[in-house]
Design a binder for this molecule. Structure first.
Ligand code: MEV
Length: 297
């Protein structure tokens, strides 16, 4: 069985679309995929066959074409929520690409490049112009620094850490959120560049915090990133509610993660750990869980 991780973006989402760096982490929940020879090719997700002519089937065909693998049945098992900004779509693409390459029995020295190209072919059908951060994180697993157009690199942590994750509202369409941010750029390019500069600088600081295990400072940077994302109208009352509850439960910081406009919130647990945060979110009716972030990719 091939596997790929779901993801959270620690900081730098949206700025990543404009070639700025971002930090992202693979989460423990992800996607499994298995491929077997079969004519014609078909895709099954959680036991259900995906009909030809659907967007998902077209994306599957694009992925197979990119890998040049034909006549396979691919079975996918999702072990994570979809459509909430946790990168389920990219995790599916990476797990499927891994399974297809495994089944084609060609020892492949450039598997990483091929898997990421295939995931990009899949993601383009759903997201228009993805930066590639979701697929890179699904591929790598641990904590990475990503920059569109350059190689991503793993951040080797001295210690794993935990994030609390809440689903703060109905799923948002990444494509729409990316378009919304682009409008801010069109209206006021000078301010937009300053906002991107501020995010780049906090991403650099956050990487240093991860290496130094400086959780209070990292939490403050997450809050700062949230303030900047809110300037692009990506926050919602539910996201702010989850942040407030997390802070009251001792979090060092909390922010939306991914496209925003709904979707998930991440909180960096304080000295009391993630339990009080999860309890507060659950009491308020939010679906939530915690995930350990692995030390190396
Ligand atoms: C989505 O997970 C992250 C965004 O930055 C879009 C992208 O980078 O493709 C919002």
């Amino acid at each position: 069985m091939a596997h790929a991780s779901g993801k959270v973006i620690l900081c730098g989402e949206h700025a990543a679309v404009y070639g700025r760096p971002a930090l992202a982490c693979g989460i423990a929940r992800g996607v499994f995929a298995h491929a077997t020879p079969s004519v014609p090719s078909s895709l099954w997700i959680d036991g259900q066959r995906i009909d030809e002519g659907t967007e998902t089937h077209s994306a599957f065909q694009a992925l197979c074409r990119e890998l040049d693998v034909r006549d396979r049945r691919v079975d996918v098992q999702l072990q994570m929520p979809t459509g909430v900004g946790l990168g389920a779509s990219a995790a599916m693409a990476v797990a499927m690409a891994r399974a297809l390459l495994d089944s084609s029995e060609t020892a492949d020295a450039v598997a990483e490049a091929r898997i990421l190209a295939a995931a990009d072919a899949w993601e383009r059908l759903f997201h228009g112009n993805p930066s590639g951060i979701d697929a890179a994180t699904a591929y790598a697993g641990g904590c990475i620094r990503f920059q569109k157009g350059s190689d991503f690199r793993g951040i080797d942590l001295r210690q794993s850490f935990e994030l609390a994750i809440a689903v703060a509202g109905p799923p948002s369409a990444t494509r729409e959120m990316v378009a919304q941010v682009a409008q801010f750029r069109e209206r006021d390019p000078v301010t937009f560049e300053q906002q991107l500069d501020a995010i780049t600088s906090l991403v650099d600081d956050a990487e240093q915090c991860l290496l130094a295990l400086d959780w209070p400072r990292l939490g403050a940077l997450l809050d700062h990133n949230q303030t900047l994302l809110a300037e692009w109208k990506l926050s919602t009352p539910e996201i702010e509610d989850c942040r407030q509850l997390a802070r009251e439960a001792g979090a060092w910081g909390a922010k939306l993660t991914g496209a925003g406009g709904g979707g998930c919130v991440i909180a960096l647990p304080g000295e009391l750990g993630s339990d009080p945060i999860l309890a507060a979110w659950s009491r308020a009716g939010y679906r939530c869980f915690s995930s350990s972030i692995a030390t190396v990719r």
